[in-house]
Ligand binder design. Structure first.
Ligand SMILES: [Zn+2]
Ligand SMILES: [Zn+2]
Length: 339
């Protein structure tokens, strides 16, 4: 592991955020990510373990962890480490800059970390026992809570890429945590929907129940197929009560999200064996960064799970509209079968 040098914001190799002048979309340009190690297709687990940076015993291959969960014997069960190929750097104050104008760019300031979800070289979350899997979610909540108090950051997420079609570069089970200094357009859009209709999430859950689109529930959380899925078997995990930030999720809600993610990935694997998938956490901006939209109430953190069955093609990329082959109710009916 090479130590991160103090990042001069003008160095071209350091990530920058460019704003498209026409659409306003933000693009992170991070040239060093091209150097990421990739698992070789067909490599065996026993070969990979020797060089896998996420396996127990190879901790020297990652930067030191920022948080870890340990068992009674002191061995780590999960740990969160800085990403060696970050999309943004934790820049010193002097190197940070105000948001770029459309067409402009600036140094990318933020946090990009890897959540190593098991000390063993497992490929699937289903290989992690339920108790340890709950600990992973607790660790994520802990880290997100730490970051949520930083005045220089505005919003954070955790996301998972599972399998090559979902963008995973290493097979050892892991997810990623990103905290940035602006609120992405997707979240601004969701907040605007809730500002316009404060009962948006309440209605989402009620209609899913009425229309048979609830796949599973646990405690105060429900897993539902959203009415406008982008892929077959797309599923969202949503609290039944208003809860803007995942960082304030109760221990019961953490247990429920751990149970539901495990259950849904298990069902997905039975319906479409070997499916790659992504999931990501959507939550409100950090309290100090929230505009009026986030404080009107009604927003709920949620996890969106998207199987990667169909590639994004011209229409999707060109219009932002999706085409899928399975309506939500059919997906829910197939995913609801417990065996
Ligand atoms: Zn490994
Ligand atoms: Zn969302």
């Amino acid at each position: 592991m090479q130590p991160l040098e103090p990042p001069p914001a003008t160095t071209p190799r350091y990530p920058r955020i460019h704003l498209d002048p026409v659409s306003g979309r933000a693009v992170f340009v991070a040239p060093d990510r091209a150097d990421r190690p990739l698992d070789q297709p067909g490599s065996t687990a026993s070969v990979a373990v020797e060089t896998c940076p996420f396996c127990a015993g190879n901790e020297h291959l990652t930067p030191p962890d920022v948080v870890r969960a340990t068992d009674a014997a002191g061995s780590w069960q999960a740990r969160i480490v800085p990403n060696r190929y970050p999309l943004a750097h934790d820049l010193p104050q002097a190197s940070r800059s105000t948001p770029a104008k459309p067409g402009g760019d600036r140094a990318a300031h933020g946090i990009h970390e890897v959540v190593i979800e098991s000390p063993r070289h497992e490929r699937s979350i289903l290989a992690i026992d339920p108790g340890s899997w709950e600990i992973v979610w607790r660790l994520c909540r802990e880290r997100l809570a730490m970051l949520s108090t930083r005045p220089d950051l505005a919003w954070a997420t955790i996301f998972k890429n599972s399998g090559p079609r979902a963008g995973a570069s290493l097979e050892h089970v892991h997810s990623q945590l990103v905290a940035i200094d602006f609120v992405p357009a997707t979240i601004r859009d969701e907040l605007a929907s809730v500002e316009a209709a404060p009962n948006t999430f309440e209605t989402l859950v009620r209609e899913a129940e009425a229309e048979g689109r609830v796949v599973e529930s646990s405690g105060n959380l429900v897993a539902l197929c959203p009415p406008a899925p982008r892929q077959p078997f797309e599923t969202w995990i949503v609290p039944r009560h208003d809860a803007e930030s995942f960082t304030s999720a109760s221990d019961d809600d953490i247990a429920a999200v751990a149970f539901l993610t495990r259950a849904l990935i298990g069902r997905l694997g039975r319906v479409v064996p070997g499916t790659d998938y992504n999931w990501w956490l959507h939550q409100a901006p950090f309290a100090h960064a929230a505009g009026s939209a986030a404080t009107t109430g009604g927003y709920r953190w949620h996890v969106e799970i998207m199987p990667r069955l169909a590639q994004l093609a011209g229409f999707e990329l060109g219009t932002g509209c999706h085409i899928t082959t399975l309506a939500a109710a059919e997906s829910a009916s197939m995913l609801s079968k417990r065996d």
